[in-house]
Ligand binder design. Sequence first.
Ligand SMILES: [Zn+2]
Length: 340
Amino acid sequence: MNNQFSDVSTPWLTPIFEHLVATYQTGRFAHGLLLTGSTGIGIFKQAQKIAQYLLCSNKQADGPCYHCHSCNLFLAHNHLDFHFLENEVNKTIGIEQVRSLIAILNERPNLGDNKVVIIKNAQLLTVPAANALLKTLEEPQGNSYIILLARTHHQLMPTMLSRVQHTHLHTPEDSVLLAWLADLGFVVEDKGLLRLYQNSPLALLNHLKNVQQGSEQDERKNCVEGLFTLLYMPETLFTFSHFLAESVEKRLQLLFHLLHDLHKLKLSDDAIDNDAIYTFALPQLKIWQSQVTLKSLRYLCSELLHTRTLLIDHSGLKKELLINALLIKIKNEFKENTTC
Ligand SMILES: [Zn+2]
């Protein structure tokens, strides 16, 4: 996703980048850097920009020059002093990978003064691999810099954390995000969509582009429709069940959000404005929240998560049977035209 948006601006990351540049210019930049942040915030893009800056031979006050030989090689993905390490799909990062990386770092830089490594998914370093890296972080060879990327710092060993400079990338506020999306041609009025993507800009942009191109749809709408038909035309249960079974992890999560929004709405009318994911369906949600008790909603949320976990962990189970049973429980807890 990151490469796809390499030419998209990321204004929410600018203050952090400027801060890191200032740190470098005053000689306080650490050789081990940890960047954390949620998926779709632009963490890899930020790490690449820092790497380009560290390698640039004509550093400017606000970042890399974009014109020197080093910058050109970097932008062409052809810089010999830049290295990238990540796990293979469903695998950890092992000691052999780290050893060969350290061997490279021990050589002199090919071009300028610095060498830079980005390690993506640093939480997947095995304990021996992380231990091998510790020594390099402690006594870096020459001017080598290691940039570790992870979702949160809790995923890394304390011994590693104590040897790196940690920077967390925060998601932008609604106003910043909405203005950025509008600049890119996407006027979003539904704040529920922001909540669904936890304000992660690139994840949101990816979704909006896919919806525009017709390769993806806003499946929250399918969930509202699905619940509606389940409650008022229960004979269509199988259609909704089939829809959910096609993508259990994602779609049951969306259905969970719907029940959870109803729960929030029952507790307070205000909560729905800021936290809800289904803001676009508020009138319908208001009707439904009067047809179900808080106790029922808690029970259903817990049953739903239980079913979801079962189906994710055991791929051999009959998906639609379990989902049908869940949907029948939901149908039974809602009482038509009854005020609870
Ligand atoms: Zn440059």
